[in-house]
Design a binder for this molecule. Structure first.
Ligand code: BGC
Length: 725
């Protein structure tokens, strides 16, 4: 292993500068003379992205870069299973290394503040504890492969609308209690070796160069000593970045010498405006990272990609990430109807039945080795003794946007790139097609035993760079579902989407399955859930509100912000902690489906609830254990997820906040004992005065349930002493 300090001493200013900025779209400059290789990065959260030319966004297209396509983070998080997050990370790290990468730009862990954010599918949840727990496991899995994770986007990157300039205005308590904890866990407990700064602004500065986030919080308070990478094009000011900002500046343009940490920095160092020592720490951190990744060592893990083990794990993740939301009269699972005299006739309707989603969404796009569509998965599960026909059902009128525009990233720094809408095209082309597709399915539906509608969103809506403008299903799908619910004898609805949608037809539908993009074997996983080979166990990681008007950012008029006199948009997070279920449960707002919700083909009963509280005052430790017995009362093996929420007796605190969860596997009729343990940290709030988390004496509520609304046990405990953390 090289001695990093002595290596630093041998570097000239020019060489140091080469190391701290991009010298390719996904790598910095290496120093051949000293055998320092470039640090090679790649997106992203759903698999290792295809190869691009070094200096432009044209894909190399040599067919050597097909990979395993993993489920989106929303799907992964819906498993509520940290072990699967760890395996997910292992695959991502293994494939990144297998493709010769040093850093994988994942996971994305921003809090889902509004359902409209275009990148929500890349993020995990509206809750920081769920996000932080899963991200920590994921990061550990990645980094076992001599590859660094890059947790992103630090911080407050909660909307895509004007993401390059918008300023997030958040009070300190909300920042520390809601938007920072998952980052703290992934970086400090999870040990992520790198973190990516965000595009947006906070506290008067861009996040990639502001003192408050990167110096005061990350370095001085958290003592984080990993590498901070800029988002691509997120650096604007040489001096500030040199003094407080990112260690490594990356961007989307090929004028590498003009990057702020390139020639402009060189000039300022030469003129004495910036001391050379300002960059030594950055170089040191990058070299230390390289040493951690064994880049100076003759022995390094080789990684591998496209192996069958990866494919079977991504299928398992998809299986557990699929959420059964409605199943009146236990209509699901469907039988495959193996009667050759009278073959079962199934009609599959909807564009998402045949669409594959790997190749879209922005930088998380993946060139999947293969991608099993739901229709293919269903036909493979059914075999030849049933008949399974397909009709598109609705017309996708923005095909161009669905699978990503070539070169979008080169233009991504412009703040005003937008999608054009055309009224006459709507009337002359789109509407007639919609009518025709609808008529086709309504004519056909009565002739089938089962109709399965597979719709939702796609990457024209779940995408980097744009937010949705409403929460409705696009392409007239509401009309198709409503009409089909009358026309079909039995209708099962499956929605594939990265963010909640309004469901005005919900009462007319008996069975509803929801999932985010679920990876290359997603079609198999969906078929297994429909036909019962898999007992669904996914749970929502965000609330599905009844309509957009019910969401907190609408109620508080706190999205998408307003133009300030300084010429850029400001968005004040005036809802404070009232995000997601914290808001709906505190204000008693009815929702479509609550946070944490999901059904199973099994039934479970919990009983014998107990709370024990221990004060180990000698070591200043509080321990509160909530226990119960849980039984699977059905004849099917299944999984239930218990969730423990805490209510804190302080002004402006929400009614409840998730603190612990556990997914429990129970064989048919089996009973298990479950204990969830809280410590003083779980009752703490951030004290602005004392600049730390404090648990105050008082009466705290405890809620144990299977969703934020399905509370099985509610009690309160007294905490009699203060704990400063
Ligand atoms: C995205 C990042 C991504 C980077 C590199 C940016 O547009 O915000 O998440 O990692 O591009 O492709």
């Amino acid at each position: 292993m090289k001695n990093i300090q002595s290596l630093l001493k041998q570097l000239t200013i020019e060489e140091k500068i080469k190391i701290i900025h991009g010298n390719g779209l996904f790598q910095n400059g290496g120093i051949e003379r000293l055998n320092i290789p470039p640090l090679v990065m790649s997106d992203g959260p759903n698999g290792v992205r295809q190869e691009f030319q070094n200096d432009n966004w044209t894909p190399i297209n040599d067919s050597g870069d097909y990979v395993t396509w993993l489920p989106s983070n929303t799907c992964l998080a819906s498993t509520w299973n940290p072990e699967l997050a760890y395996y997910f990370g292992q695959i991502l790290g293994n494939e990144a290394r297998g493709r010769g990468k040093d850093v994988i730009l994942a996971p994305g862990i921003n809090i889902k503040r509004t359902p409209l954010c275009g990148r929500n599918f890349e993020y995990m949840s509206e809750d920081p504890v769920l996000t932080g727990t899963l991200a920590t496991s994921l990061v550990r899995g990645i980094q076992e492969n001599d590859v660094a994770a890059c947790v992103k986007h630090f911080a407050l990157n909660n909307q895509e609308f004007e993401r390059m300039s918008v300023e997030a205005e958040v009070d300190e308590k909300t920042l520390y209690e809601l938007y920072l904890p998952a980052f703290h866990e992934a970086l400090i407990e999870g040990g992520s070796l790198t973190v990516m700064g965000a595009y947006n602004r906070f506290d008067g500065d861009f996040c990639c160069e502001g003192k408050k986030l990167l110096q005061d919080i990350l370095r001085d308070e958290w003592h984080y000593d990993g590498v901070v990478v800029s988002d691509w094009g997120g650096v604007h000011n040489t001096e500030q970045t040199a003094l407080y900002g990112v260690d490594l500046e990356m961007s989307v343009t090929p004028d590498f010498d003009n990057y702020k940490l390139a020639e402009p920095l060189h000039e300022k160092i030469k003129s004495g405006e910036i001391p050379e020592s300002a960059i030594d720490n950055k170089v040191l951190r990058i070299l230390t990272l390289m040493s951690h990744l064994r880049m100076f060592s003759p022995v390094r893990r080789p990684g591998c990609f496209n192996v069958s083990r990866h494919q079977s794990i991504v299928e398992q993740i998809a299986e557990e990430g699929i959420v059964l939301l409605k199943n009146d009269k236990n209509y699901l699972p469907l039988s495959t109807g193996q009667n050759t005299q009278n073959p079962k006739k199934i009609l599959v309707v909807g564009d998402n039945a045949t669409r594959t989603h790997a190749c879209g969404g922005g930088s998380s796009e993946v060139k999947a080795l293969y991608d099993i569509s739901p229709l293919l998965g269903i036909r493979m599960a059914l075999g030849g003794n049933a008949r399974c026909d397909f009709l598109p059902g609705y017309y996708v009128d923005n095909e161009k946007n669905v699978c990503g525009e070539v070169d979008w990233q080169a233009d991504s720094l412009q703040t005003d790139y937008s999608k054009a809408e055309n009224q006459s095209q709507f009337e002359n082309e789109i509407l007639p097609k919609r009518k025709q597709y609808l008529k086709e399915v309504l004519d056909a539906a009565p002739g089938y035993d089962e109709v399965i509608f597979i719709g939702g969103l796609n990457h024209a809506y779940d995408t980097e760079g744009f937010d949705r403008t409403d929460m409705k299903l696009p392409y007239g799908q509401d009309e198709v579902i409503t009409a089909l619910s009358d026309a079909a004898e039995h209708l099962t609805v499956i929605l594939i989407h990265g963010s909640p949608v309004e469901m005005p037809w919900i009462d007319k539908v008996h069975s509803l399955i929801s999932t985010s993009y679920c990876g290359m074997n997603g079609g198999h996983a969906i078929a297994k859930v429909i036909f019962g080979a898999v007992n669904p166990s996914g749970r929502l990681t965000e609330t599905y509100p009844l309509c957009l008007a019910d969401t907190p950012t609408e109620a508080y008029h706190s999205y998408p912000g307003e133009m300030g006199e300084d010429g850029h948009r400001h968005v004040t997070y005036s809802e404070k902690l009232m995000v997601g279920y914290r808001y709906y449960t505190s204000k008693d707002i009815p929702v479509l489906f609550p946070f944490g919700y999901g059904l199973s083909y099994s039934t479970f009963v919990c009983r014998n609830f107990r709370v024990t509280q221990r004060n180990m005052s000698s070591i200043g430790e509080l321990q509160v254990t909530v226990s119960c017995e849980i039984q699977n009362t059905s004849s099917r093996d299944g999984k239930e997820t218990l969730q423990l929420y805490v209510g804190i007796p302080e002004p402006e605190q929400p009614k409840m906040s998730l603190r612990r969860f556990e997914k429990i596997f129970l064989k048919a009729t089996e009973t298990k004992e479950v204990s969830l343990i809280l410590t003083q940290k779980d009752f703490a709030t951030y004290s602005i005065k004392r600049k730390c988390f404090v648990t105050n004496p008082g009466t705290y509520e405890l809620y144990l349930g299977t969703s934020a609304l399905d509370i099985l046990y509610h009690t309160s405990i007294e905490i009699t002493q203060e704990y400063a953390l």
